[in-house]
Design a protein around this ligand. Structure first.
Ligand SMILES: Cc1cc2nc3c(=O)[nH]c(=O)nc-3n(C[C@H](O)[C@H](O)[C@H](O)COP(=O)(O)O)c2cc1C
Length: 317
């Protein structure tokens, strides 16, 4: 099954160095306040979140993937962080997947889906957010991928006109450039952009791993998470910027917040922990991030997420 292949290949590729390693957070030797004064909450699309990181879209459909989502739901419910399920696409074709898709959260679909499919997905899941993903390069490389893209913009414009929940426009690991932000600020339902930069999961690499005739040079296309966030700075007054792509630890979360994001999404690295150490292992890791984020905010003299903005320097190599 394609989804399971994707998971297996994604997990072979550990996130080692990323574009965030080129940045250093501000460090103050004399802290000005303690843990009780730190507020880690953030607001995305008008909803308040207790913590500025979350489990980002990975999977849905088929027994194994539905079980992964169930485990993520339980972990996030207990730890007070948000969980975004993966593509609703299998549920459009299969009743069992429709029933299993997580409810009252976000629903995720690709821009190839038309407005009727989008409305069906929102209605059956009672979703709070619509995550519309952009993955043109993956579609081009995948043998079973889309070959026609002429409806994508129209599908987005129709969603913007006809649905009544916020849209998060989301990349899937190749980063986000100026043209997407310029479009997003013109669409009033698009309240957030998830830049999903080229620092972690790389679907060109994954598809090359499945191919008998790989094209490794395609893996370098796109923008890193840091490059995407530098571009996003011009738009952060109009959009909630979400950072994903290679987020490894609490320090990466602090760095992307200091670069202007309001939350950080984690896919590969939390999936790996769930599959290797189970729900208890993942809860332990999330708890560690929650504690460390507070400590790092104290070191930055930032009592809240807004105060973190700009407390970071790019180091010269
Ligand atoms: C196995 C796998 C499946 C994914 N499926 C989806 C998906 O269905 N929808 C989506 O928007 N993104 C999907 N993504 C992309 C992630 O949400 C994220 O944008 C990307 O993996 C970069 O984050 P990471 O480096 O933390 O993995 C998937 C990622 C992985 C690893």
């Amino acid at each position: 099954m394609r989804k399971i292949d994707h998971i297996n290949i994604a997990l072979q590729d550990k996130t080692l160095s990323t574009s965030l390693d080129e940045y250093r957070m501000e460090y103050n030797s004399i802290p000005l306040f303690g843990l009780d004064d730190v507020d880690t909450s953030t607001t995305i699309c008008g909803y308040k979140w207790q913590y500025p990181f979350f489990i980002n879209a990975i999977t849905a459909g088929g027994d194994e993937c539905n079980k992964i989502n169930k485990d993520f739901e339980e972990v996030c419910g207990e730890m007070g962080i948000e969980f975004f399920p993966g593509s609703y696409s299998p549920a459009l074709k299969n009743e069992a997947d429709k029933i299993s898709y997580p409810k009252y959260r976000s629903v995720n679909l690709g821009l190839d889906k038309n407005i009727h499919q989008i409305i069906e997905a929102i209605d059956t899941t009672n979703a709070k957010y619509l995550q519309l993903h952009m993955n043109p390069l993956q579609e081009m490389i995948m043998p079973e991928g889309d070959r026609n893209f002429e409806t994508w913009l129209e599908n987005l414009q129709n969603a913007n006109e006809k649905i009544n929940i916020p849209i998060i426009l989301k990349e899937t690991g190749f980063g986000t450039g100026k043209s997407v932000f310029e479009l997003a600020i013109k669409l009033d339902k698009v309240m957030a952009v998830d830049v999903s930069g080229k620092d972690g999961t790389n679907f060109a690499k994954i598809e090359n791993g499945r191919s008998s005739s790989p094209s490794p040079y395609l893996e370098e296309i796109g923008y890193t998470t840091a490059q995407s966030l530098e571009i996003a700075k011009n738009y952060r007054k109009n959009l909630d910027i979400i950072a994903s792509g290679g987020i490894r630890n609490s320090l990466d979360v602090i760095k992307v917040l200091a670069l202007g994001a309001k939350a950080a999404g984690v896919s590969r690295n939390f999936l790996e922990i769930l599959l290797s150490s189970g729900k208890e292992g993942l809860k332990k890791e999330i708890k560690k991030w929650q504690k460390e984020i507070k400590y790092l905010m104290i070191l930055c003299h930032a009592k809240n997420i807004d105060e973190l903005y700009g407390r970071i320097t790019k180091i010269k190599k």
